[in-house]
Design a protein around this ligand. Structure first.
Ligand code: HEC
Length: 170
């Protein structure tokens, strides 16, 4: 009689382990999946990715909603206190709208030019270095990080209602 009850306990143990495995396997990947910011999902990448202008030759690059969310976090931490909602609070004439970015010399409305600007900020007419904006050296943000920051900002300039004109929505 000892053996069957022992067998039943083992069976019960195995089924508990199985249930735990199923629960674990369904919870852990969901918890690990990166959170997508609701504004990114709603405005910037409703399809899950967004094609952002890469250079001045008309090429684009796809950025995932996760990458744009990481770019948004960098923007919020490091840029938003001067550029809330795309405005340039210390110097409103040079905002982060599509028009202002496109009107600079050289235009800053694509990833490559935007990154070049951040690595070495220049005045609006491109004639000299400016010390007003925050320079972003490679020792601080890697190429990938700065491109995600640029993609978030450029896509916001395209898609977020009131970006660069209405004081902080965020
Ligand atoms: C201390 C305030 C400050 C911070 C922080 C700051 N900026 Fe700026 N930014 C400015 C000012 C002021 C200008 C205009 C400078 C000029 O034209 O001389 C500017 C200009 C710019 C421009 C050019 C806009 C155009 O229309 O040509 C871009 C792009 C930009 N900033 C991006 C960023 C990003 C991205 C960050 C975060 C890494 C950042 N800035 C952080 C103040 C700031």
């Amino acid at each position: 009689m000892v053996f069957p009850s022992f067998k039943a306990s083992i069976e019960r143990l195995i089924s508990i382990v199985c249930v735990l495995c199923v629960v674990w396997c369904s919870i852990v990947p969901a918890a690990r999946a990166e959170a997508i910011n609701p504004d990114v999902k709603r405005y910037l990448a409703p399809e899950g990715t967004a094609a952002v202008k890469l250079d001045d030759r008309g090429n684009t690059r796809e950025f995932s909603a996760e990458a744009l969310t990481r770019g948004r976090a960098l923007f919020m931490e490091n840029c938003a206190y001067c550029h809330a909602n795309g405005l340039t609070l210390p110097f409103p004439a040079v905002s982060l709208t599509r028009e202002d970015l496109a009107g600079a010399t050289p235009p800053r409305d694509n990833i490559q030019a935007f990154v070049a600007y951040l690595r070495y900020p220049m005045t609006y007419d491109g004639s000299e270095e400016t010390f007003w904006c925050r320079e972003v050296p490679e020792s601080w943000l890697s190429r990938e990080q700065i491109e995600e920051l640029a993609a978030f900002t450029l896509q916001s300039a395209e898609k977020i209602p009131g970006w660069g004109t209405v004081p902080s929505r965020f």
